[in-house]
Design a protein. Structure first.
Ligand code: HXC
Length: 519
């Protein structure tokens, strides 16, 4: 070949590689409402920023006739590019080549970008659409998965890892996304399960559809495996780019601060009225969140899972923060097993990547009962307690209304190393609510009374007394557990000033191999 022919050959090879498993399979992918691996990368990254690695890699298998079928890139597209000008590494499984199944060489390609992302200190994005281990490659494929898992584990807490599931993700393959920081699933076109419907039926007799076993809706609402359910792939791409706005490149950097055009000192009079006069009446804590954050923008994680607690990213004067808030609108904002796990994982994600945490408290306590106790509320509640206690990022807590019992300690209390604790005048910080307290304290006296009128009058009096003593923020403020009682309408400004003050905070935990969080 002369020089020109060589260049022509290269161009032809590239063209061939870009066709993946061929036009027919691309068409079939599109018919399923799915994009191809390369189209996905183009839509996620900044235009023209993608630099591909290993386009000419092919598998080395000679089993089951595979030696006659070679596709350039071998079922996964890998490389790096930028999102809003920031470097990210990416791999995107190509379902048109052997169903995106993982071979030895496929795994090596993925490991290469993972290793480089670690060296460079840049986030890793993984797009999953695969039939799992390439059956013809047997144990080599399993070893390939383990190599990827190992890298997911080593990268955890060092670089952010985001997984999108836009097709099948089954068997042991699910564990790579599960090891990452954020999981996004596209609705109706993706699924995740350790064992599919057919094997499930054989082993347990249970008949269940793919969607009901491992669809996006199930994992977004019941298992909590996915943080986001995207209506379609486009929403998934947008979510990946959006998440990047709040996270740093790696654990040694701070998250990106942006210019803020929302006045930092805007007073929100509606906040002075937002807590109902009746302590049992619910309200939507998201109304408070939208009021206090920049431009009413709140990126909620786990929107459909454990709705009694709300977690997500927002900015205050351009500073990315994690928000954790009890939700009185759902189960009165009580802490249960799912809510504890959800919030604990989020707090640890923020802490790992230097994202300050703002906690909004209105919690009546932990949910009582055998279901919760058998479900391990002790161990799951301890996770949240542990996560808060271990976190060294700036932590600001605002108590809005109830903050009772163990849940008070857990939800970013001063003693669990919160830096600044504010309370609204409506705050009630106590061991328990007035009703429960009076039942315990006055039970004997009440049991000796006969006249129902006398009983209710006595209870009302005692509850009033208790309320005056404990159902307010001043008892806690008297001990310095609350740094200041603030006017609700001024909350945004007070949080922003606290964040500015804490921006140089330095805190660390004692040296250790790793902690032993109650898993
Ligand atoms: C090799 C595979 C494959 C696999 C699919 N293909 N999965 N090739 N190894 N695991 C190939 C098919 O032969 C087909 O090739 C093409 O990909 C598309 O597959 P279809 O079946 O035609 O597509 P569809 O009907 O959409 O079904 C998709 C699917 C199904 C549900 C994913 O292919 C499937 O059930 N695959 C097997 C899934 C599985 O059990 N994997 C192992 C999981 S255990 P042609 O040439 O016809 O286009 C596992 C262990 C991981 O992964 C361990 C980690 C520790």
């Amino acid at each position: 070949m002369n020089r020109q022919e060589r260049i022509k050959h290269l161009i032809e090879l590239r063209k061939k590689a870009r066709l993946g498993g061929g036009e027919k399979r691309i068409e079939s992918q599109h018919k399923k409402g799915k994009y191809t691996a390369r189209e996905r990368i183009e839509m996620i990254l900044d235009e023209g920023s993608f630099e591909e690695f290993d386009m000419f890699v092919t598998h080395r298998s000679h089993e089951f006739g595979l030696e006659k079928q070679h596709y350039l890139s071998d079922g996964v597209i890998t490389g790096h590019g930028t999102i809003d000008g920031r470097v990210v590494y990416i791999f995107s499984q190509d379902f048109t080549v052997f169903g995106g199944s993982l071979s030895e060489t496929f795994a090596q390609k993925v490991c290469k970008v993972m290793d480089q992302a670690m060296k460079v200190g840049a986030p890793l994005i993984g797009i999953n659409d695969s039939g799992g281990a390439r059956i013809q490659e047997g144990v080599k494929s399993l070893a390939g998965y383990a190599e990827i898992f190992k890298r997911n584990i080593m990268a955890s807490g060092v670089i952010p890892q985001i997984s999108a599931i836009f097709g099948p993700c089954a068997g042991g393959a699910v564990y790579s996304p599960a090891l990452t920081d954020v999981v996004i699933m596209s609705d109706k076109t993706s699924y995740m399960f350790v064992t599919g419907p057919k094997v499930t039926k054989t082993v347990t007799g249970e008949e269940i559809s793919t969607e009901d076993l491992g669809g996006a809706s199930i994992h977004a609402s019941k298992s909590g495996v996915t943080h986001f359910k995207a209506e379609n792939e486009e929403e998934g791409f947008m979510l990946i780019r959006k998440i990047m706005e709040y996270i740093p490149q790696n654990n040694l950097e701070d998250p990106p601060v942006t210019e803020c055009h929302d006045p930092i000192d805007r007073l929100e009079d509606t906040l002075n009225e937002i807590i109902p006069e009746n302590e049992h009446q619910p309200y939507d804590v998201k109304d408070i969140i939208y009021n206090i954050v920049d431009n009413q923008e709140f990126l909620e994680f786990h929107r459909h899972y454990a709705r009694n607690i709300v977690v997500g990213f927002a900015k205050f004067n351009g500073i990315p923060c994690g928000i954790v808030a009890n939700q009185p609108n759902f189960l009165a904002g009580v802490l249960d097993t799912d809510a504890s796990r959800k919030a604990a994982r989020f707090v640890r994600f923020c802490d790992a990547f230097n994202i300050p945490i703002v906690t909004l408290v209105d919690v009546p306590g932990f949910l009582p009962g055998s279901i919760q106790e058998y479900g391990g509320i002790i161990i799951h509640g301890a996770k949240l307690l542990f996560a808060y206690g271990e976190a060294t990022v700036p932590k600001i807590t605002v108590t809005l209304r109830k903050s009772y019992g163990g849940a008070h300690d857990v939800m970013g209390s001063k003693q669990l190393r919160a830096d600044i604790n504010y309370a609204w005048p409506s705050a009630e910080i106590a061991v328990m609510g007035p009703k429960g307290a009076i039942e315990v304290l006055e039970g004997k006296v009440i049991s000796q009374m006969k006249d129902p009128n006398e009983i209710s009058k006595y209870i009302a009096e005692k509850e009033k007394e208790y309320r005056e003593k404990f159902a307010n923020p001043y008892e806690a403020a008297r001990y310095g557990y609350i740094d200041d009682v603030i006017e609700p309408r001024n909350t945004r400004f007070r949080i922003i000033r606290a964040l500015q003050t804490l921006s140089t905070k330095k805190d660390k935990n004692p040296p250790k191999k790793h902690s032993n969080i109650p898993l």
